[in-house]
Write a protein that binds this ligand. Structure first.
Ligand code: NDP
Ligand code: 8X3
Length: 252
């Protein structure tokens, strides 16, 4: 029977790259996100190209009721999830704490922390019933270091780091693997979202060096997922060669 991966934030960037890679590896997929047109287009493409089954589930991870209703409404066969990729996330703004926008703070905490928790609780219980599974949490270098003006985004990703460790402890006796991947700069829609559609400012983030691309992270996730049954990779930090830490980027 084909394995199943549930990917949050599959409409773009790292999540979309994971959808392609896991479909290539013959996983059936549950793709989630808010932009349902993108999810449906991607589902059709992957079904045609790789002959895998793809279910689309549209919800905003910030909305507890939406998450619960949509995930619980999936037919029983889709609840045998082998891999959950907790990828949906974002940054909003890059301002000193004293100038921070409270709506941006709520959005980051509600998406990156609470949204990840809402999805994880439901899927972890499915995995406990199935006596197996693997949860991949997408953190960030911002969850390992704090950089100027990164304050609340960094706090939200430090929370992901802590939750990854907490899940590992709580799920170890159920045979469920838990791993975190913490990328440095990956060129996706991330900076455009952070700077609220300012494409010029977003582009400058990646000027003068080779950033990671979404496929680099998808391949890393695949490596982590495809280890033998007795191996769990707890934590990985993946950086562009030109980026030594959160703030040190060699722009040649
Ligand atoms: P993208 O902006 O390209 O993708 C973000 C994804 O998250 C989209 O599919 C978006 O879907 C989804 N998402 C955002 N908010 C919500 C929400 N409220 N409900 C449901 N889905 C949501 O960025 P990346 O691919 O780069 O980001 C993926 C993850 O990687 C994030 O957690 C990010 O923090 C992390 N990361 C990114 C890095 C980078 O440099 N790019 C580095 C380190 C970590 P939709 O809008 O359709 O809902
Ligand atoms: C995204 C990478 O350095 O912008 O998580 O925080 S960074």
């Amino acid at each position: 029977m084909a394995k199943i991966a549930l990917i949050t934030g599959a409409t773009s960037g790292i999540g979309e790259a994971c959808a392609h890679l896991f479909a290539r590896e013959k996983y059936n997929l549950i793709l989630t996100g808010r932009r349902v047109d993108r999810l449906e287009k991607l589902a059709k493409k992957l079904n045609t190209k790789y002959n895998v089954e793809v279910a689309v589930s549209q919800f905003d991870v910030r909305n507890r009721e939406e998450v619960t209703e949509n995930l619980e409404a999936l037919p029983a066969k889709w609840k045998k999830v082998n891999v959950l990729i907790n990828n949906a996330g974002l940054s909003q703004g890059l301002d000193p704490i004293q100038n921070g926008n409270l709506d941006d703070w709520d959005t980051m905490i509600d998406t990156n922390v609470k949204g990840l928790l809402y999805v994880s609780k439901i899927v972890a219980n499915w995995m406990i019933s199935n006596k197996a599974g693997h949860i991949i949490n997408i953190g960030s270098i911002a969850g390992k270091e704090v950089y100027p003006n990164g304050n609340v985004y960094c706090a939200s990703k430090h929370a992901v780091d802590a939750l990854n460790k907490g899940m590992r402890l709580d799920l170890v006796s159920h045979g469920i693997k838990v791993s975190a991947i913490h990328p440095g700069a990956v060129e996706t829609e991330f900076s455009e979202v952070r700077f609220k559609g300012d494409k010029e400012r977003a582009k400058k983030v990646y000027d003068g060096f080779d950033p990671l691309v979404a496929d680099d992270i998808a391949e890393t996730i695949w490596f982590v997922v495809s280890r033998p049954a007795h191996v769990n990779i707890n934590d990985m930090v993946v950086m562009p060669t030109a980026q030594a830490n959160a703030v040190t980027i060699f722009r040649g």
